[in-house]
Each structure stands twice: as structure tokens, then as C-alpha cells.
Design a protein around this ligand. Structure first.
Ligand code: ATP
Length: 277
């Protein structure tokens, strides 16, 4: 698995981005597919409305409350909409409810009250296979990387594709541009403990997006990194956003948020307010 990615030709960041973008356009996300030019036909008989996915937000929370079994009220009456293609920062102090919000979005936790829609699916109604299918369409990045220690970079990144039944050719086709995208093509045979923290986080980003999900959730992705590595991680997330992936990032790093122009919401004591639209 690793041999195919050990000696890729050097390519510019622009062409790396382009190849991942092409992967999206081939329809692998089901999300960023550009409609054919004739889709906007002049056929006056064609009066059916556009599909819901073309107009609905990718993520929508309405009146969402989460109370854990021990009585801890993590989220209170949250209303939030994230459109397809958005990049959203979620800030707030420790214990405010940021991680809980992301856990609700990928179905690790269930809301106590309210409605959560992700990619036109009502999370409260998803169980078993249908929840697993939705999760395949959500990339997740954690503060502590969560890489498999005895697996190489290439194996860590492609593991999810193996698990989903992709063949070797398709895995290699996706792996190369994804590793280039995060600047780690030369580290594909390294093990996690041979990498810096910033590199490990870039591997975890590659793993999160190698399946070309329409939605990427990053929970404090810069929490363990210094300023330079943090900015590099945010730049990669912005690059992914520029090719159509909707990105939601939690952070308590005020500096990162201040130096960006993306929308920002703050969670404090479980309540959400817009800081910047
Ligand atoms: N599994 C759980 N069981 C009970 N209470 C929990 C659980 N997970 C989180 N909480 C509580 O819910 C509240 C919100 O926690 P959450 O982890 O969402 O905050 P956070 O904003 O992500 O914090 P941090 O920035 O420190 O990661 C906290 O009071 C926390 O103690």
C-alpha cells in the first residue's frame, strides 16, 4: 500500500488543489458536482423546483438542547444554519459546549430536544447503516490526531477507504493528491511517532478528506500546535473549503479567529451567539 506513494512527482500546490478538485467534480462527494450547462434549459415545460440539496443548508440546528445523563446541560436552544461551501469558526471557553455541538453533528451524541439536519438527513431518525452512511460523508479532525501508531502515514490515510471496500487502484488514485494537498507526499512511509505534531495533524486532515466528504468537522485542530503550525493547518482547511468542502472548526484561539475573515459563532454556557456573519 505504501509503495505506490513513496516517490510522487513534485507538483505545484495549484495542481495539487486542482487534482483534488477534479476528484470532487467526478462526483465522489455527491455534493460539489457541477451541473451540465444544459441543466438550465429554456424548456418552459420544466417547472419542477430544484432538488432540496441545491437550496437547503448543509447543517441546520433548530432549538437544539443537549443534557447529558449526569444532568450537565451542554447546549441550550441552539439555532444554527451552515450553508454548503461555508467556513465557520465556533469559539468559546473550555466546557462551553463546542465539542458537544460537533458530536451531535456526526451522531456520536443525540440531542435531548430540537432538530438536527445534516445533508438533508434528520439525525434523530438515523440508526445503524443509515447513520454509518451519513458519517462517511463527514470528515472529522481531532485535537489529538487519533492516528494509528503502528501504521504508516499512507496506511493511516487510506485505512478508511480500505474499510469502505475501495480497490487498491482507487485508493492510490485518491491517496497521492490528498497527501500532496497537505504537503506530506514525502512522509508516506513514516510512522506517526516519526512526525512532528503539525505533520501528524496534517495526516489526520488527509485521512478526514481522502473520501472527499462534503462536510469537514475539526474539533480544536490547532489545540496542540504552535502559531506557525496552527496557521498552516487553517490554511489547509481554507484550501479544502475553496474546493467546495463545508468546514466547521472549533477553537479557543482568539488570534486565529481575529486574523481570519470567516463567520464566527460563540458558545458560552451552552448558548450560541453570532460574533461575525
Ligand atoms: N459525556 C459527558 N457526560 C457528561 N457531561 C459531559 C460529557 N461531555 C461533556 N460534558 C459536559 O458538557 C459541557 C460541555 O462540554 P464540551 O466538551 O462540549 O465543551 P467544550 O466547549 O468542547 O470544552 P473544551 O474547549 O474544554 O473542549 C461541559 O460542562 C462538560 O463537562
Amino acid at each position: 500500500m505504501t509503495s505506490a506513494v513513496t516517490s510522487p512527482k513534485a507538483r505545484s500546490p495549484r495542481s495539487q488543489t486542482a487534482s483534488v478538485r477534479r476528484a470532487h467534480r467526478r462526483g465522489q462527494t455527491g455534493q460539489v458536482v457541477t451541473p451540465p450547462a444544459h441543466a438550465a434549459s429554456t424548456d418552459t415545460q420544466q417547472t419542477s423546483p430544484p432538488p432540496a440539496s441545491a437550496v437547503s443548508p448543509l447543517v441546520s440546528l433548530t432549538g437544539v438542547t443537549k443534557t447529558y445523563d449526569n444532568g450537565s446541560q451542554a447546549l441550550r436552544n441552539i439555532n444554527l444554519q451552515v450553508k454548503r461551501g461555508d467556513f465557520l469558526f465556533v469559539t468559546g471557553p473550555s466546557g462551553a459546549g463546542k465539542s458537544t455541538l460537533l458530536k451531535l453533528l456526526y451522531g456520536q451524541e443525540r440531542a435531548t430536544a430540537g432538530d438536527i439536519m445534516v445533508d438533508d438527513q434528520n439525525l434523530a431518525k438515523l440508526r445503524g447503516n443509515r447513520l454509518a452512511m451519513l458519517r462517511r460523508r463527514i470528515g472529522i479532525v481531532f485535537q489529538d490526531y487519533k492516528l494509528i501508531p503502528r501504521r504508516t502515514v499512507a496506511e493511516n490515510v487510506s485505512f478508511v477507504l480500505w474499510a469502505q471496500g475501495y480497490n487498491r487502484r482507487e485508493i492510490n488514485r485518491r491517496l497521492r493528491p490528498t497527501l500532496r494537498m497537505v504537503g506530506l507526499q514525502h512522509k508516506s512511509s513514516s510512522f506517526p511517532d516519526q512526525l512532528s505534531g503539525g505533520e501528524q495533524q496534517r495526516v489526520s486532515i488527509a485521512r478526514a478528506v481522502v473520501g472527499t466528504p462534503p462536510l469537514l468537522l475539526a474539533d480544536e485542530p490547532t489545540g496542540n500546535l504552535d502559531g506557525d503550525n496552527s496557521r498552516q493547518v487553517i490554511k489547509i482547511l481554507e484550501k479544502l473549503n475553496s474546493i467546495g468542502i463545508t468546514v466547521i472548526v472549533t477553537t479557543h484561539d482568539e488570534q486565529l479567529v481575529r486574523t481570519s475573515s470567516h463567520p464566527v459563532v460563540q458558545i458560552k454556557d451552552g448558548r450560541l451567539t453570532y460574533v461575525r456573519h
